[in-house]
Ligand binder design. Structure first.
Ligand code: AMP
Ligand code: GLY
Length: 417
């Protein structure tokens, strides 16, 4: 079987690494990939957003399944285009991807189908938004409607801050056209958890839970990032909570898919805020999470390719997912200055010195002659499994010391429970 993975981050490296363990696979391509992905797949020089070229490549190479990593090509309709050519895609069609592509749409969807979520209003006009703000207590959350690489959410402590956020998103276009509309939302208090689920067109089958660290610096200081570290499972995910999530969130979401005629085949990532064994949905994403994938897939015993096939043909069942008892932790090594301004092209050293049982997934890296260079904000995801979260955590941090590049930046408090 020939598989094409679309994307170039540590998430896609993890997907390729896991797919490479399947006996069903003869060849893995990745577009565009990175220096780490090149160890397990043939990298093809096509950008993830270049949906037309990806379809052409998949047709030419007779790819059996295209696994779409990032949200942008999904929102562009890559799965639809592949399906039109009779090719299989793992990832939802455009009609499903809009759940991530538009926060206003996804909030309306949640409201319509009674999925618990924060109270909100949507605006397309700055003056109306500024007027509407007054009805919200502070802190209040201001969100750009469209895609903004995980950075379009501003948590505002005062009305003044919120007014500035509205202006900067809607007038100054801080996040470009993503800010043509905004969602203003009640601030929710609690502990976050990420729940990735396989959706096979008619069932939602959750994977093991994970906890992401979104802020740039220790003790949740600094700006929101794509994610600076993660662990799995999340101990907050109790049996009682599981029941609540199943009936109040998964079943209602599924009803929504049916009600809106969304034929979803891929991964639905539900961002949840937990308090008192109850949960509210912060957001839907329509793909694997990054860095959630780096802790969830290493714990998966089952063959990912088989799961992907069954997800696409609608036969996947909960029993198909077998998990290791071991826990996992990943720490992201980022370029100094991320998520704002950072340099690329720094030589990475020490990669061959890490312990054998550590997995280093590459995010932003590239080859240059004999060196591996930094090539993005989030450079590497250093992952370990252990009997306990603490053991996995200690292993990761022992090894993080061995890998170096100029201005390496990372959090020291990931999985510190
Ligand atoms: P989102 O992209 O909507 O998940 O938002 C990114 C991050 O902002 C979330 O993971 C939360 O940390 C935070 N956030 C979003 N919405 C809220 C909310 N209503 N209350 C508190 N925090 C939020
Ligand atoms: N870790 C958050 C995301 O993938 O959106």
């Amino acid at each position: 079987m020939k598989i094409l993975v679309v994307g170039s981050g540590a998430r896609e490296h993890t997907i390729c690494w896991k797919i490479a363990q399947s006996e069903k696979v003869d060849k893995i391509y990745c577009a565009p990939g990175n220096a780490g992905i090149a160890q397990v797949a043939e990298c093809v020089d096509i950008k993830a957003e270049d949906v037309k070229k990806i379809v052409d490549f998949a047709q030419q190479e007779k790819i059996d399944i295209t696994v779409i990593g990032p949200e942008a090509p999904l929102v562009e309709g890559l799965a639809d285009l592949l399906n039109e050519k009779g090719l299989k895609a793992f990832g939802p069609v455009k009609k499903g991807a809009v759940l991530e592509g538009s926060k206003a749409y996804s909030k309306d969807f949640m409201k319509k189908y009674n999925v618990p979520t924060a109270k909100y209003e949507t605006y397309t006009n700055t003056e109306k938004a500024l007027e509407g703000l007054i009805d919200f207590d502070v802190p209040v959350v201001v969100k750009a409607d469209g895609l903004a690489a995980g950075k379009g959410v501003l948590i505002c402590q005062t009305q003044k801050e919120a007014q500035d956020a509205v202006k900067s998103i809607m007038e100054d276009k801080q996040f470009g056209d993503a800010g043509n509309s905004i969602v203003i939302e009640e601030f929710l208090d609690g502990i976050e958890t990420s729940l990735l689920c396989f959706v096979n067109g008619k069932d939602i089958i959750p994977m093991e839970s994970a906890r992401d660290y979104k802020k740039a610096f220790d003790n949740d200081q600094g700006l929101n990032t794509g994610g600076m570290g993660c662990f799995s499972p999340n101990p907050i995910y109790t049996k009682q909570l599981n029941e609540y999530i199943k009936t109040k969130i998964l079943d209602t979401t599924l009803e929504g898919f049916k009600g809106e005629n969304i034929d979803f085949r891929g991964v639905l990532f539900i961002g949840l805020m937990i308090k008192n064994n109850e949960a509210k949905v912060l957001e839907y994403n329509v793909r694997f999470g990054d860095p959630e994938t780096e802790v969830v897939l290493p714990r998966l015993k089952s063959d990912l390719v088989e799961i992907i096939e069954k997800t696409i043909d609608g036969t996947l069942k909960e029993e198909d997912l077998m998990w290791k008892d071991e826990k996992s932790v990943t720490v992201i090594l980022a370029s100094g200055g991320y998520p704002v301004k950072y340099e690329k092209g720094k030589i990475i050293t020490g990669l061959e010195e890490v312990d054998k049982d550590i997995i280093v997934f590459h995010g932003g890296t590239k080859h240059d002659k004999n060196n591996i260079l930094t090539n993005g904000g989030r450079v590497l995801a250093v992952t370990a499994l252990g009997k306990t979260i603490k053991e996995a955590r200690n292993k990761v941090y022992d090894n993080v010391k061995k890998i170096n590049f100029e201005k390496k930046q990372f959090r020291t408090d990931i999985a510190k429970l």
